[in-house]
Ligand binder design. Structure first.
Ligand SMILES: N[C@@H](CCC(=O)N[C@@H](CS)C(=O)NCC(=O)O)C(=O)O
Length: 307
């Protein structure tokens, strides 16, 4: 950037040197800011986009745990393609140090490690047992199939996609919404490449997601009310329900934090609706589980008592 400024304004050697010095000072100020003791802010800050099933998994877990946190919402996709970060991303302030964790499963492990002793029973749903971790790996794959599935269907529809990315949400920064709107053709191309979208991928995704849902449907045949069979829900139930929200659209998805991006009021693309109808018919126990979890267990953050 600096050489451009120097060239455009025809600056001399002395001014250019001053400019370099000023920029170095500014950069040093930024570094100092990070370690100044007066730095204020929430202990936990969750960086998100409104419509994300991986975000919902963490958000729901944090709401259930009852930790205080601030959610910082962004417009969809910009982060991934221009800053190289995915959401959810949890920023943790410990005194002067701010750490960041950027993978939903790793965030859940951090929450367990940090709060299990202090919160006791209330954190029990986060216990990373061998069985839960094994299922979580498959669930995370299912989450990726869901991304491929939904983008295959919505990307051809500009308004629907922009809505899902938060462009109709006035609480998001206007400049982000503007860039997403303007850059839509590019973002759509990048998205198609990132997920290798196309008819072949769609067929594979549909089959793999269907196979996984069949496994879960069979698991529920013995009448269990949770995926691991215990009386209380665990993080794998929260994960499964959150990831399935993309096709079941249960009431209360997001616990009040995704209302501005849900597709109510939009016509669901016909092929997508047909596939949802088929899944609903083939996997009634799955649908019942997810709807029940959302109706009875998806409490908003404020509903959880402090420890
Ligand atoms: N494995 C990651 C996947 C996260 C992911 O794919 N997040 C998407 C949203 S669902 C994302 O960051 N999209 C980019 C963006 O919207 O900026 C996790 O579990 O957190």
């Amino acid at each position: 950037m600096l050489p451009l400024i120097v060239a455009v304004f025809g600056l001399g050697f002395g001014t250019a040197l001053l400019l370099v010095f000023a920029l170095l000072l500014w950069r040093w100020g930024l570094s100092l800011q990070a370690i100044l003791p007066s730095r204020a802010g929430p202990e936990l800050c969750l960086e998100t986009i409104g419509a994300s099933h991986f975000v919902e998994k963490v958000r729901w877990s944090m709401d259930r745990l009852g930790v205080e946190y601030e959610e910082r919402q962004n417009a969809g996709v910009l982060g991934a393609f221009f800053v190289g970060r995915t959401v959810p991303k949890l920023h943790v302030r410990t005194g002067m140090v701010i750490s960041a964790i950027g993978n939903s499963s790793d965030i859940l492990r951090y929450l367990w490690g940090r709060y299990a002793t202090e919160y006791g029973e209330r954190a029990a749903f986060l216990a990373p047992t061998a069985e839960a971790l094994e299922l979580e790996k498959q669930l995370d794959l299912y989450g990726r199939y869901m991304q491929q599935w939904i983008y295959h269907h919505i990307l051809p529809h500009r308004s629907l996609t922009l809505h899902a990315w938060g462009c109709d949400d006035p609480s998001l920064p206007g400049w982000q919404r503007g860039i997403v709107r303007l850059g839509f053709p590019l973002l759509r191309t990048l998205m198609r490449r990132a997920f290798s979208l196309g008819a072949t991928t769609h067929d594979k995704t549909l089959a793999r997601a269907g196979d996984f849902l069949q496994v879960i449907e069979e698991r529920l045949e013995d009448g269990r009310t949770t995926l691991l069979g215990g009386p209380e829900i665990s993080f794998v139930d929260i994960t499964f329900a959150s990831l399935s929200g993309l096709w079941i659209f249960p009431d209360n998805y997001g616990g009040g934090k995704a209302d501005r991006v849900t597709p109510h009021g939009f016509e669901v693309p016909a092929q997508m609706q047909a596939e949802v109808d088929a899944w609903r018919q083939c996997f009634p126990r799955v649908v019942a589980l997810v709807e029940r979890l959302y109706a009875t267990e998806r409490l908003p953050a404020a509903a959880v008592r402090p420890v």
